[in-house]
Write a protein that binds this ligand. Sequence first.
Ligand SMILES: [Fe+2]
Length: 157
Amino acid sequence: MFELISYEKFRDTKDVRFFDISVNESNYRDLVIHSGPAVSPPNDEEFKNWQFYIHHNQEDNLLAISGGRTFFLVNFGWDYPFYKVRLESCGYILRIPRGTFHRSVSDQNGSIVLNQAIRDKEGTVESEFKVTNSKDNKKLLDCITNLEPRFKIYSVK
Ligand SMILES: [Fe+2]
């Protein structure tokens, strides 16, 4: 199951926010900047089907640094397979386990997300960033077509 991880807030005032956001096991850091309402991975150009990433050798630990971003998660190993999780700036870290289809949509004004990934020895950029088009995976397509995602909002004020 995905997890929401809190972290230490040393100072959190109107003018100054100062946090320790370390995910100690992380060995890769990705910074993903959406300057508008971007979709990642983008929908397929021809039919606009949803596309997803899935990592078999990587766990993602995602923190919205600014803006908001909504993630759609599908994992057939969970009791309920389809979730929608909204991350808001400086809220929880979303931990996405290996083997989870995921895509994200930024708010109208975009978002900046830091991923403190944990990548196994077997994982490479090529192996972990293949895109799955839902039209090519019947189980995935049936899931997102027939089920409503359960929705969770996670933010820290
Ligand atoms: Fe990912």
